[in-house]
Design a protein around this ligand. Structure first.
Ligand SMILES: *[C@@H]1O[C@H](CO)[C@@H](O)[C@H](O)[C@H]1NC(C)=O
Ligand SMILES: *[C@@H]1O[C@H](CO)[C@@H](O)[C@H](O)[C@H]1NC(C)=O
Ligand SMILES: *[C@@H]1O[C@H](CO)[C@@H](O)[C@H](O)[C@H]1NC(C)=O
Ligand SMILES: *[C@@H]1O[C@H](CO)[C@@H](O)[C@H](O)[C@H]1NC(C)=O
Ligand SMILES: *[C@@H]1O[C@H](CO)[C@@H](O)[C@H](O)[C@H]1NC(C)=O
Ligand SMILES: *[C@@H]1O[C@H](CO)[C@@H](O)[C@H](O)[C@H]1NC(C)=O
Ligand SMILES: *[C@@H]1O[C@H](CO)[C@@H](O)[C@H](O)[C@H]1NC(C)=O
Ligand SMILES: *[C@@H]1O[C@H](CO)[C@@H](O)[C@H](O)[C@H]1NC(C)=O
Ligand SMILES: *[C@@H]1O[C@H](CO)[C@@H](O)[C@H](O)[C@H]1NC(C)=O
Length: 244
């Protein structure tokens, strides 16, 4: 009789302990998910960097940056995406057709967004030193197409070894005589340099053949002297389209 009571007691204890642990697990999960959306907020220095970026903009035709205000969580601002840890990983300043939506100077503070993986400034009229984009080494996507950078295409972009998409298209104001830095981009799938003056680049077929991951190559309007040469295709097994 006493044995049976002891067994029952043990059973009850086991059930209590079991459900307690289920309960604490549930509690933990709810804490985690709350941290996942509700309470993870932007890092202060990344918020400051975005505000400094906004400060450099002199004209914002469509109010793209209107939601960037100090004292508010920058992860909630439009055009910004944060990681689970509150780092800014995506800055997408979408343009609409027509006038350039943003005009101004790119603040150096942008480089403080060191976790940035996706940067789209296409279609805007922004001044700055494009070689500095080479410091944002986590970038996987960089779209500067149809923006206003000018001068020599900076080889520093070759430091962006995580880059999969590079769109520098429709920038007649850029030129380059050496694009060999592209071969440092070992995971590059998409490259658009259309309309950049590459008239002095002689080895373009050799360069692209050293990037086997390439699927899309756009080099139309580049005045490539070697455009009539066939690419030694053995490496480009993933190639889907080639425009030049
Ligand atoms: C977090 O987001 C997910 C999906 O977006 C949602 O299902 C969940 O309820 C949210 N949790 C909290 C605490 O807001
Ligand atoms: C930018 O455009 C894409 C699709 O064109 C859209 O999914 C995204 O939400 C837009 N971002 C902003 C900040 O408007
Ligand atoms: C390029 O930008 C200009 C001015 O921002 C705009 O008018 C034009 O439509 C854009 N072109 C393309 C192809 O996006
Ligand atoms: C870059 O942005 C332009 C619009 O400004 C868009 O047409 C183009 O598809 C984008 N490039 C990539 C690789 O997504
Ligand atoms: C860019 O990166 C290099 C090397 O890490 C560093 O020396 C330089 O100061 C950086 N530039 C800026 C403007 O942060
Ligand atoms: C980036 O690339 C440039 C030119 O290729 C080089 O001089 C510079 O040292 C590189 N910077 C870093 C941080 O790797
Ligand atoms: C391209 O650059 C070359 C050499 O710098 C120059 O002679 C030529 O006029 C340029 N082409 C265009 C279309 O600007
Ligand atoms: C093929 O790609 C590899 C790796 O990028 C490179 O070392 C090799 O030289 C390329 N082969 C040719 C024929 O270009
Ligand atoms: C390519 O064009 C150049 C002149 O632009 C010519 O000298 C050369 O022979 C051509 N090469 C081939 C393979 O057609």
């Amino acid at each position: 009789m006493q044995r049976a009571a002891a067994k029952l007691l043990l059973l009850i204890a086991a059930v209590v302990v079991g459900s307690l642990s289920v309960f604490t697990h549930a509690l933990q999960r709810s804490h985690e998910s709350a941290a996942g959306n509700g309470t993870t907020s932007c890092r202060p220095h990344e918020s400051d960097a975005l505000l400094a970026f906004k400060h450099g903009i002199t004209k914002d035709l469509h109010g793209l940056l209107a939601s960037l205000r100090s004292g508010q969580d920058c992860c909630q601002w439009s055009g910004i995406t944060c990681s689970r840890h509150g780092h800014v990983v995506k800055l997408d300043l979408n343009r609409t057709l027509g006038d350039p939506p943003l005009v101004g100077q790119i603040s150096l503070s942008l480089l403080s967004l060191e976790y940035l993986e996706y940067l789209d400034l296409s279609g805007n009229f922004l001044q700055g030193l494009p070689h500095l984009f080479g410091n944002l080494t986590k970038l996987e996507y960089l779209n500067l197409s149809n923006s206003s950078f000018f001068g020599s295409l900076p080889p520093h972009l070759g430091n962006l070894s995580n880059l999969r998409y590079l769109d520098l298209g429709r920038m007649q104001t850029l030129y380059s005589s050496d694009i060999s830095w592209l071969t440092n981009l070992h995971v590059l799938e998409y490259v658009d340099m259309s309309n950049i003056n590459l008239s002095t680049v002689v080895d373009y077929p050799l360069v692209v053949n050293r990037i086997p991951t390439l699927k899309h190559i756009r080099l139309d309007g580049c005045s490539l002297p070697s455009a009539n040469q066939s690419i030694p295709r053995m490496n480009l097994t993933s190639l889907e389209d080639l425009d030049f």
